[in-house]
Design a protein around this ligand. Sequence first.
Ligand SMILES: Nc1ncnc2c1ncn2[C@@H]1O[C@H](COP(=O)(O)OP(=O)(O)O)[C@@H](O)[C@H]1O
Ligand SMILES: [Mg+2]
Length: 332
Amino acid sequence: MSEQMGTSIVGLDVGTSRIVAARRSGGSAEYGSQLNAFVSIPYSKMTENSLHRESVGHQIQGDTIVIHGNEAPRFADLLNLEMRRPMTQGLMNPAEIESVPVIRQIIESLVQSECGPPKVCFSVPAAPLNAEDSLTYHDATLRQIFSDLKYEVRSVNEGMAVVYSELEDTNFTGVGISCGGGLCNVALSYLSMPAMSFSVPKAGDYIDASVAGVTGDLANRIRIAKEQSFCFNGHFAGKLQQVLTVYYDDMIGSLIAAMQEAFSNSRRMPKLKRPVPIVLSGGTASPKGFRDRFEKQLRASDLPIEISEIRLARDPLTTTANGALVAGLAEM
Ligand SMILES: Nc1ncnc2c1ncn2[C@@H]1O[C@H](COP(=O)(O)OP(=O)(O)O)[C@@H](O)[C@H]1O
Ligand SMILES: [Mg+2]
């Protein structure tokens, strides 16, 4: 009710794999999500009409029809087409000509509100450790889309969004980690202030592609099998489980090595008075046993800060969107 009276505020996680929107409704948060992917099929009036009747999200682009979001995998499978992705490794893909209209459509479908243009707080990844800041194109393009849609926006670092979502009990002090499709994003927060953040370009897509390289399957098939049945169970249920475990371990190892390196930079580190928690979130952190595996590798490493506990976020797939909403509600 109150939302219809005022401007609504939306937290938006613009991820390589999925775009997730969070808004407050009553006392709790409400989520919507769409796969950040599309397929493109030749235009015909009959196909257009059928898609319309089935309420399948699509748009006409010249002589093709673009089907985006959650419907994309079904059509890709049905028509034996490769699914295309507007983003790669956490950023808008400048080489994909359809990326801007597709992302715009997905955002519009998730954010639309009945009470005028909403205010949107969207997540942005951090630059990779030791790499030049490569976010300019991504950030400017998203802002252009929002400006065309007449949304008022601000952005929040993705790792910080994890902290805002999950670490109210430590007064927003601790490490937020989002393990997504293209990137793992890490932020160290001290009393809600960002002390440092970086990304690691190894996450779910890296696991899928690496496993596919070993087994000879398509990466998309590996992704589906991974999402449906992978867990760390300590013994190998089959070849695929074993290969997935190898690359999951590889990814966790790279993430921890990057944390070790970043947190050793004493010039940028806040002087923490007590041990701080780590929160793990994102689709790649969801398989059963991930937290334990991460903890085991972390305990074996020698991280230059003291960790009080390692938690899995309450709902790993919506953490970033929820944190962006928390930031939006506080700041906008
Ligand atoms: N249940 C699951 N088990 C394992 N991996 C999953 C699961 N659900 C999603 N993923 C993987 O998580 C990644 C996407 O995570 P997400 O947090 O949505 O990423 P992004 O922020 O990059 O969009 C993909 O690699 C996907 O395959
Ligand atoms: Mg994400």
